[in-house]
Design a protein around this ligand. Structure first.
Ligand code: SF4
Ligand code: SF4
Length: 168
């Protein structure tokens, strides 16, 4: 099939931008009388009309069981699927043959917050979280070990909205 090329001609006469400028100024003027949506962060983190989405994918959380042990069974799926290669897992095994993570670390600086680790985890252990306040002064501080991941208390991400499965 031949590919058609449409050639756009430049306007032959000089355009005036006065009309477009006036339209822009009218829009700006209309906004002067609308309710302000500025938030006084960090004192204010949500308003009546805006709050962070439960689908937000931020700082990870490792969930623990009733005894406070990590739910991770060191299956190796999350480091395998991670596109940023930012999960370090060293598996261990107890006398009864139960696997657990000897070392489990996530580099939040390299992470692209895709949420694949949460989706793939068979134990629903690792989650991306509804949290964005994870700035640090040193790059090394972005590497969260198992203890730090388990100590996070923010809500975990729902990843998708059941009332809006297409995410629109
Ligand atoms: S959210 Fe994505 S990039 Fe980040 S650790 Fe999980 S799988 Fe890797
Ligand atoms: S997928 Fe879940 S159970 Fe498997 S290593 Fe990752 S956190 Fe642990």
């Amino acid at each position: 099939m031949a590919i058609g090329v449409k050639v756009m001609q430049r306007p032959g006469v000089e355009s005036s931008y006065v009309r477009a400028t006036l339209k822009g100024m009218a829009l700006t003027f209309r906004h002067l009388f609308r309710p302000k949506i500025t938030m006084q962060y960090p004192e204010e983190r949500s308003t009546e009309t805006w709050t962070i989405s439960p689908r937000w994918r931020g700082t990870h959380r490792m969930l623990t069981d009733e005894q406070g042990r990590s739910k991770c069974v060191a299956c190796g799926l999350c480091p395998q699927i991670c596109p940023a290669n930012c999960i370090k897992l060293v598996p261990g095994e107890d006398e009864e043959g139960n696997r657990y993570p000897l070392i489990y670390e996530i580099d939040e600086f390299r992470c692209v917050f895709c949420g694949y680790c949460q989706e793939v985890c068979p134990e629903e252990a690792i989650h991306v979280g509804v949290d964005y306040e994870n700035a640090e002064y040193e790059r090394g501080r972005f590497v969260y070990d198992l203890e730090r991941l388990s100590a996070q208390t923010h809500p975990v991400s729902s990843l998708w909205d059941p009332t809006d499965p297409k995410g629109e």
